[in-house]
Ligand binder design. Structure first.
Ligand code: BTN
Length: 266
């Protein structure tokens, strides 16, 4: 295959549920493009893939470093016909699907950090940004943006990111076919998404997610902007929210934020 564009088009063309494939060598953010298209009424399963992004966006307003020729940056649109309250847990579904994909390609076990970071050896290998909205016909849509650090070597990241992140190549010493991975990512997502739509709620993916979630019973601090909630992780509810017991034994339900393990003195 000559180019990443051709390979992406070929691999996604094999999947009959995909309605449109939009490819850019370089763009600001595949999520921004997909959200604009979704709002304008683009079909479900429109996919936007880029080789690089110059304004890659992460959770909590962070930047997603997106160099060319190395990693996966892909977003797609779905318009689930389910109650709106079950939309946010799709971010956990996406994290679980990426974990399954990475395990399939590397043979290495992964960990999921709520809500959807996939880690290997405590370092982040992928990030997911879910954006919700309504299109011109007032139909609710979800843009699922996925970034996976595939073939990046240590030099492409600024030091601060390199401390916390790794790539599949750095972990295994192998170079991976990004376009083939995107094809597998979407077939896996389609399978789990179809199950989720037929039985909305975190419980439909609970078993697979929990096998990779290592924070149950741990003391954590969840930071959301200026707000921090601390306590012990008790559960994830059917809406994908973290259930925490604080130091006064109150149950606190957390919708979003960054989870940090708190090391307790022994
Ligand atoms: C995170 O903060 O962990 C989420 C990062 C999400 C990055 C992906 S890359 C493809 C898509 N386009 C974006 O601008 N962001 C998402």
């Amino acid at each position: 295959m000559d180019s990443y564009r051709d390979a992406v088009t070929y691999n996604l063309g094999l999947l009959n549920f995909i309605s449109d494939i939009i490819y850019h060598d370089s763009t600001d953010s595949t999520n921004t493009i997909a959200s604009g298209l979704a709002h304008a009424g683009a079909k479900e399963w429109t996919v936007v893939v880029a080789d690089s992004q110059n304004n890659g966006r992460g959770r909590q307003g962070r930047v997603w470093h997106s160099p060319p020729n190395t990693n996966i940056y892909a977003s797609f649109i779905v318009k689930p016909d389910i109650s709106y309250e079950y939309f946010p847990a799709m971010s956990l579904l996406a994290g679980m699907v990426v974990a399954l994909l990475i395990e399939q390609f590397t043979g290495m076990p992964t960990e999921i950090k709520w809500p959807n970071d996939v880690l290997i050896h405590d370092k982040k290998i992928s990030g997911i940004l879910l954006e919700l909205g309504n299109d011109v016909d007032n139909r609710a849509y979800v843009v699922v943006g996925i970034g996976i650090n595939v073939n990046a070597d240590a030099t492409v990241y600024p030091d601060t990111i390199a401390l916390l992140s790794t790539s599949l190549m750095l972990l295994t010493g192998k170079v991976f076919d990004r376009a083939e991975m995107i094809g597998c990512l979407y077939s896996l997502f389609y399978k789990w998404y179809s199950l989720y739509i037929s039985r909305p709620g975190f419980n439909s993916i609970r078993e697979q997610f929990m096998q990779r979630f290592k924070m149950m019973g741990k003391q954590v601090a969840i930071v959301n902007g200026a707000e921090t909630v601390s306590g012990v992780v008790k559960d994830i509810d059917n809406y994908g929210r973290l259930v925490i017991k604080d130091s006064d034994d109150n149950i606190v339900i957390v919708k979003s934020g960054d989870v940090h393990l708190v090391r307790t003195a022994v």
